[in-house]
Each structure stands twice: as C-alpha cells, then as structure tokens.
Design a binder for this molecule. Structure first.
Ligand code: CP
Length: 360
C-alpha cells in the first residue's frame, strides 16, 4: 500500500522578513564578485548583462555548428553536475536546460516529481534541495509555488555548500530564463532594424497569471523608448505590481481588449495561453477567448517586420497555418532557449571567457 507522509514544514528564522523586502534590496544576496550567482528574478539583469548573454549565446550557437567547436564546448564543464528539479510540468524549459548541459559537457540528474523522492516520507522541500546540493554543482528548479527558487537559494546561501540555483519557473510569479530567451529572440528578429530599442510590443492573453509576460515586462526598463500594449480580457489584465513598475520607470503602456486595433501598430506580438492551472475554480475558467487569438487572416494586418512570439505551449491562440509565415518566430524562440541557457550556464561557471576567446 502506498503511503505519503504530510510534508514537514520547517521554520527558517529570518526568511519571511527577507521575502517581504523589495527585490531591489535583495539583489546583492544573489550576487558574488559582481556576477550573478543565483538566477532568481528578471530584475537581476541589466542592459550590460543582457547584451553580453545574447552575444555569448550567439557564440555558443556558432561554435556548436562544427564538430571541433562542439567538442571544445563539451570539454568546458565535464567536471560539473547539474540537478534538474522539475516538479511542475515542462517540456521545453526542461529539455532546453538538459541539452544546454549536454552542449557544455555537464553530467545531469533529474527529478520530475516528488512521488519517488524521500519527500513521500515527509522530508521537507528545503532538506531535499540541500541533499541535491550535496551531490550537484548547480540546481535548476521549476516549481508551482511563487518564491520557491528564491527560498531555496536563500537557504543554500547560508550553508557551507551553496550551489547556484536557477529559477526555471516559479508558479505564476517569474520565469527569468524565459525572459532572457525572449529578449534574445527579439534582438535577433530586429537585428537589421536597430534592435529592440524604440520598438512597440504587444503582450496578449492571460497577463494576470502569465509569468513569462511578467518577467519580460521587468526587462523592458533596460531598453530605450519601448511602448507596451497589454491586450487581454478584463479578468486577465496585467497585475498592478507590473503596471506600477512600468510607471516608476517611465515606460508607456496601453491596456485594451481590442486586439485587431493594435495589430498594425506594433513591432512584436507576444501571445500567451490561458493559464488555467492557476484558476481558483478550474471549471469556471477553461473557456476560450477567440477574440484574443491570432489567426491566418491577421497576417495581412501586421507589419512586414513584425515578430510573432509565444513562450509555448499553445492551445488555440495561434492558428497552425500561421506557422508557415516567416514572421512566426515562436519555433525559433524555442530553440533559442537552448543556446541562451547554455550561455547562462557557461556564465554561471565562469567559462564564458573561454568561449569568447575562440573568436578573438
Ligand atoms: N515556455 C515554457 O516554459 O514551456 P514549458 O512549460 O514546456 O517548459
């Protein structure tokens, strides 16, 4: 007979006080020697870092094209081990991190649920993560709870074996590495027209619970002259904390439920699905919202250079016939995630110089 004990809830003195602090006041805690150590929030990335990580991802991609280059990459980190702790479903974040590790030669262990770990015997989440840190040099965590990656990094940084934590998605809160690959995709899409600066970007769908649009919105402060258009049904409007952040950083935004009216205006459209896994009453919110879908007929309404992004997975919000259009960037975006995450892991382990050296 299977038995699952109640999870042990451990009390960590000081955690609640730390968690309540504004993010700006916490950034130093996740930094070592002026470099990112843990990757928890999109607010950790400044323009210099964003430009650097995109350049590094380009170099990883370029090197990996040849057998000799791929071998050089594979010899960078064979002495390091990475734990992929993904206890919320994932296809592309998991696989792109897994393959990013393979590109750099890391050994990888994985847990994709709690049912086969000692968490069924009541071991706490924090002790589970400490156990990973006993064997691994890096932990990538995807978890349904907001704040999970932050707490585990806070716990580990106070032990004698702190290993870096990368947030692979924390509930409806943040998905910082998705934001990095979104920036990388936008910059590549606009490389012949001045990059991301000065562009108008629409974010469409469930903006209230979509962690990808939240993290991407934070990054907009790093670019000049951005205008955002938030397009959603009334019940899924962007939350006030993000709107307040944009106001504080003087980033103009417009909210609308008229998708077609903004299509001709924007340089990029970032589609999202309804995130009903976070619904209070899932049966109430499983409806579709066809007026917020991008259809083949809309291709004639957008600009010739407009980039169509989606973090994926999608349901009905982009018709499959749109995939054939060169402006549909979402499958490229997905693959960009692997190169970008390989660059991030190389940066975390400080072998980024060795990659760039190949090009001097
Ligand atoms: N974009 C994204 O996070 O996809 P997965 O949930 O499949 O990882």
């Amino acid at each position: 007979m299977s038995y699952t004990a109640k999870p042990t809830i451990q009390v960590y003195k000081g955690w609640n006080t730390f968690y309540e602090k504004p993010v700006d006041e916490k950034l130093d805690f996740f930094t070592r020697d002026g470099r990112l150590f843990d990757v928890i929030f999109a607010q950790q990335f400044d323009r210099k870092f964003l430009d650097y990580i995109c350049r590094l991802a380009d170099k990883v991609r370029q090197l990996a094209r040849t057998k000799m280059g791929a071998e050089k990459l594979r010899h960078l980190l064979p002495h390091k081990r990475c734990m992929l702790y993904f206890v919320q479903p994932s296809t592309r974040t998991f696989l792109s991190f897994l393959n990013a590790c393979h590109i750099l030669g890391l050994n990888v262990s994985e847990s994709r649920g709690t049912s086969t770990s000692s968490e069924v015997k009541g071991e706490s989440q924090e002790d589970t993560i400490r156990t990973f840190a006993s064997y691994m040099d890096l932990i990538v965590a995807r978890h349904p709870e907001a704040g999970f990656a932050e707490k585990t990094a806070w716990v580990l940084n106070r032990t004698d074996r702190p290993v870096p934590i990368i947030n692979g998605g924390s509930g409806p809160d943040q998905h910082p590495t998705q934001a990095l690959l979104d920036i990388y995709t936008l910059e590549r899409s606009f490389k012949d027209i001045g990059g991301l600066d000065g562009k108008k970007i629409a974010m469409v769908g469930d903006l209230k619970r979509g962690r990808t649009v939240r993290s991407l919105s934070y990054l907009m402060k790093n670019y000049a002259d951005i205008t955002l258009y938030f397009v959603s049904p009334d019940i899924f409007k962007m939350k006030p904390d993000i709107l307040g952040f944009l106001e504080k950083h003087h980033i103009p935004y417009h909210e609308t439920d008229d998708f077609e009216s903004i299509m001709p205006l924007v340089d990029a459209i970032y589609m999202t699905r309804i995130q009903d896994e976070y619904a209070d009453d899932a049966t109430r919110e499983t409806g579709t919202y066809p007026e917020f879908d991008f259809k083949k007929a809309h291709l004639s309404m957008i600009q010739a250079h407009c980039a169509l992004l989606h973090p994926l997975p999608r349901r009905y919000e982009i018709e499959v016939e749109v995939d054939q259009d060169p402006r549909a960037a979402y499958w490229r975006q997905e693959r960009n995630g692997m190169w970008l995450r390989a660059a991030l892991i190389a940066y975390v382990f400080r072998v980024d110089d060795e990659i760039l050296k190949e090009f001097t």
